[in-house]
Design a protein around this ligand. Structure first.
Ligand SMILES: C[S@@+](CC[C@H](N)C(=O)[O-])C[C@H]1O[C@@H](n2cnc3c(N)ncnc32)[C@H](O)[C@@H]1O
Ligand code: SF4
Length: 460
């Protein structure tokens, strides 16, 4: 079991600086409008002819009933439900347009409904959208189908509709059980609601359940968060995500509705993280890596032991090598060397859907250097080590020469016992897990370029 070194913990705030979360590399600020829908179209054609891997589908439902002040997701807050029909029509157009290009023999091995709030759709709309996808894509019998659940507006009928459409994993937003904290972020969610969702899911046979928490929210104290953790442990989910609050008011102005003086300082945040690691560890959860914990028999924990873990826009995943095709406003596709993001506002998305084009707004084609660095960063994030010979064989480079500069930047981590650097490997040790983002940043070619710009949340 991972143990927290409390002496070292006190020094970790020296690493507190803005940094990416590495759900992709390069990260979104590199994407540009030079990458057009026409280039995307050619890349989709090429992907289908040259390298037709299995598929991972993502559908973004941006709508939410109310605004949580902490929210960093791409959302549209409205209680006007008539909008959803227009959105579903546009999604239908996009799905059909893409399906015309995709080889029918490519099986969908993974599908994720994200948001916003997918259960903003009513049960009939859930069934309709799922039927549409199944008409146009061929799903593998054992496809992993997951959905993000906000318990506040969810009914048993919503969950039953998701289950009937093949959903076998849910990720439930909790954030914090403490009422004072809930009030400060405008998200009142009594524990009863979360308990109901878990018991309905288990009744329906959805037995892979993840709960999301956030540490660093206003008014959180070590004591209050430990109480939340106790209540979460009692619910016994298979996985728990404990996200570091991404406070980026310059990008998400509504976060200014949070009183900055109510936010815990970096020392307290580190203690909140330490409590999470200690309490979840004592309750039998394994610390997977950035933000994520899982029971030892959960696929994530098993895959990590076998070095088969991957990282994508949803966090950690066990599905390797699938090409991600994403639908809806702001959704990001990723396959081969391509990243392509859809229009980021509803009017732009709808406008694109009225033409014969894909709704691409920005994108990026990775260079060889990006591919090499992505490989190294993802191995560090998933396996907590990188095998130099593997990188050398794969990319035909000399690791130590290629990463001379990165290795120099690792000096402090090596000195403090958080990274072990040998002839063959770079391994993250002990408390290095708490500053994974900082260690990965040593291998990121864009960090210096973005240094002057406010783009990322803080790492501690
Ligand atoms: C895309 S949201 C959607 C989930 C769903 N709408 C809900 O709120 O339950 C998924 C998760 O992202 C996390 N999240 C949202 N904003 C965040 C932020 N600014 N910093 C860290 N985590 C955040 C929350 O834990 C949330 O449950
Ligand atoms: S946290 Fe979830 S429900 Fe709240 S605004 Fe963000 S996406 Fe919507």
């Amino acid at each position: 079991m991972f143990t927290v070194d409390h002496e070292l913990l006190k020094t970790l705030k020296m690493f507190d600086k803005p940094g990416p979360r590495y759900t992709s590399y390069p990260t979104a600020p590199v994407f540009s409008s030079d990458y057009t829908d026409k280039r995307f179209e050619i890349d989709v054609i090429r992907n289908n002819h040259e390298n037709p891997a299995p598929l991972s589908l993502y559908v973004h439902i941006p709508f939410c009933d109310t605004l949580c002040y902490f929210c960093g997701c791409t959302t549209v807050v409205t209680r006007n439900r008539t909008q959803i029909e227009t959105y579903l029509k546009a999604l239908e157009t996009e799905v059909k347009r893409m399906a015309a290009y995709v080889d029918k023999s490519r099986k969908v091995v993974q599908m994720h409904w994200g948001g916003g709030t997918p259960s903003y759709l009513d049960p009939q709309q859930i069934t309709g959208l799922s039927d549409l996808l199944r008409q146009h894509f061929q799903f593998a019998d054992d496809a992993e189908i997951s959905v993000e659940i906000d318990p506040r507006e969810l009914t048993y009928e919503h969950l039953r509709a998701f289950r009937e459409m093949g959903v076998n994993r849910i990720s439930v937003g909790v954030q914090d059980f403490e009422e004072r904290v809930q009030r400060a972020v405008n998200r009142i969610q009594p524990e009863r609601m979360t308990r109901d969702v878990l018991s309905w899911s288990r009744q329906l046979g959805i037995d892979s359940i993840n709960l999301d928490l956030i540490y660093g929210l206003p008014l959180q104290t070590v004591q209050s968060f430990e109480e939340t953790l106790r209540r979460v442990i009692d619910l016994s989910p298979n996985r728990i995500a404990v996200f570091n609050f991404a406070y980026v008011p310059w990008m998400k102005p509504h976060q200014r509705l949070i009183h900055a003086e109510d936010l815990p300082d970096p020392d307290t945040k580190l203690r909140l993280l330490a409590s999470s690691i200690e309490m979840l560890g004592a309750a039998g959860y394994e610390y997977i890596g950035m933000d994520h914990f899982a029971k030892p028999d959960d696929e994530l924990a098993v895959a990590q032991k076998k070095k088969e873990l991957h990282r994508n826009f949803q966090g950690y995943s066990t599905k390797a090598g699938a090409d991600l095709y994403a639908f809806g406003m702001s959704a990001i596709s990723h396959f081969g060397d391509v990243y392509a993001q859809n229009a980021k506002t509803l009017p732009d998305y709808y406008r694109a859907m009225e033409t014969q084009r894909f709704p691409t707004s920005v994108g990026y084609k990775m260079t060889k250097d990006d591919q090499i660095r992505k490989f190294v960063i993802m191995r560090l994030m998933c396996d907590l080590e990188v095998d130099k010979a593997e990188v050398e064989d794969f990319f035909d480079i000399s690791f130590d020469e290629y990463f001379d500069d990165s290795i120099n930047q690792l000096f402090d981590f090596v000195r403090m016992g958080m990274v072990k650097h040998t002839l063959n490997k770079i391994t993250i040790e002990g408390m290095g897990r708490l500053v994974l983002r900082n260690i990965a940043m040593c291998f990121d070619a864009y960090v210096a370029k973005f240094k002057e710009k406010q783009l990322f949340s803080r790492t501690v």
